[in-house]
Design a protein around this ligand. Structure first.
Ligand code: SAH
Length: 350
């Protein structure tokens, strides 16, 4: 039988497991606390558990604790990018950012991605596999251990499409926000999607208090189809409808992500079309100059164009901010560090 991944189990499931193992019920709580509060790296650290029990757990379960393969720290703003090794030799990356209101971690949800957005480095070689709930969690745990500082915000905006890994994402969110674990507030969690409409609808039904971010990047279907293949499947009209639904179900304002690409989506007309599309919605627009990826021809909009774009939106009554670019000097954009690593011919298991 395949071993269960113990860090992906809820406390209730762990209680059942311990019962079946013939352990006292309170052992489940202790185990859970070691994994999700004290962030133990393995059973051998759980010193108040009987040795026999720890050994039995080692036989029955796998334990996810991601080793750090590389860390890059930005000399400009202190942002850190981590590359982690997975059990099977794959690698994933995460970013740690320090903001005035606390530390934020951006995690990956898949190895690679199959969405094919033209400007994105994560998708170049397609999807390798989904991450488990524990592999998503441990990116945060490992960074907390390494920095010694509490993480207050989590954004699922690294490599991968989180809604393409829906079940694992939900389990991850449950564990991350559980009062017996790190207990990160749902309101401090953002999940970003390129726009998988049926999954967005399902997520709305969960009535979580997390922020849903939609990667829009264009204000007409035609233009969006040029840069995001997913736009062939779902129209902007459907997306706007499901965003309205998300707000109605949760009361949470939607975030629209808009990466500005020079001469592609950054003109005044683009800004006006965008304003007309989303005016009146409870939303916020995050503008970010596209991060040039070596394999892609897209060029960043210049500072003036970005500011003018934001001003046009604001004049039309749309909330918009230009996101501070962090980690520019350390391959900050999705999938860049992993790509660099793979290109260098290194493997996590050598
Ligand atoms: N798949 C999800 C989450 C991962 S991408 C999504 O599409 O939202 C996180 C955000 O970074 C998305 O808005 C994505 O479009 C954007 N992004 C990816 N590559 C980028 C790049 N090179 N420059 C700027 N933004 C980029």
């Amino acid at each position: 039988m395949e071993k269960k991944d113990i860090k992906s189990l809820t406390l209730a499931e762990l209680k059942t497991e311990m019962e079946e193992m013939g352990q006292k019920p309170f052992r489940a709580k202790q185990l859970y606390e070691w994994m999700h509060r004290k962030l133990a790296r393995g059973f051998d650290e759980m010193t108040n558990l009987p040795l026999a029990m720890r050994e039995q757990c080692g036989v029955s379960y796998t334990y996810t604790a991601l080793p750090i393969v590389a860390v890059q720290e930005s000399a400009v703003d202190g942002t850190k990018k981590y590359l982690f090794a997975l059990e099977d030799g794959n690698v994933v990356e995460s970013v740690w950012m320090r903001y005035k209101h606390g530390n934020s971690v951006c995690i990956s949800s898949q190895v690679g991605c199959r969405m094919g957005c033209r400007f994105c480095a994560s998708t170049i070689d397609g999807l390798v596999r989904n991450l488990t709930p524990a592999e998503m969690l441990d990116q945060i745990y490992a960074i907390t251990r390494e920095t010694g500082e509490r993480v207050s915000n989590v954004v699922v905006m690294g490599s991968g499409e989180p809604l393409d890994n829906y079940e694992n994402l939900l389990r991850f969110l449950t564990l991350l926000t559980d009062e017996n674990g790190l207990h990160i507030s749902q309101r401090s969690v953002t999940v970003s999607t390129c726009g998988l409409v049926p999954k967005m609808r399902e997520l709305a039904q969960e009535k979580l208090q997390i922020t849903l971010a939609l990667s829009l990047h264009a204000a007409t279907d035609e233009k969006r189809r040029e840069i995001m293949p997913i736009a062939d499947r779902y129209s902007l009209a459907e997306l706007m409808e499901v965003c309205g639904d998300y707000f109605a179900q949760t009361g949470r304002r939607i975030t629209f992500e808009y990466s500005l690409v020079r001469d592609v989506n950054d003109t005044r007309e683009d800004a006006e079309t965008l304003a007309a599309l989303i005016r009146g919605m409870n939303c916020h627009v995050n503008l970010i100059p596209v991060n040039p990826v070596r394999e892609r021809a897209y060029v960043q909009s210049d500072r003036r164009a970005v500011e003018a774009f934001a001003e046009t939106l604001q004049r039309k009554g749309v909330n918009a901010t230009v996101r501070r670019e962090l980690g520019r000097d350390i391959d900050g954009a999705c999938g860049q560090l992993r790509r660099r690593f793979l290109e260098d011919g290194k493997r996590a298991d050598t």
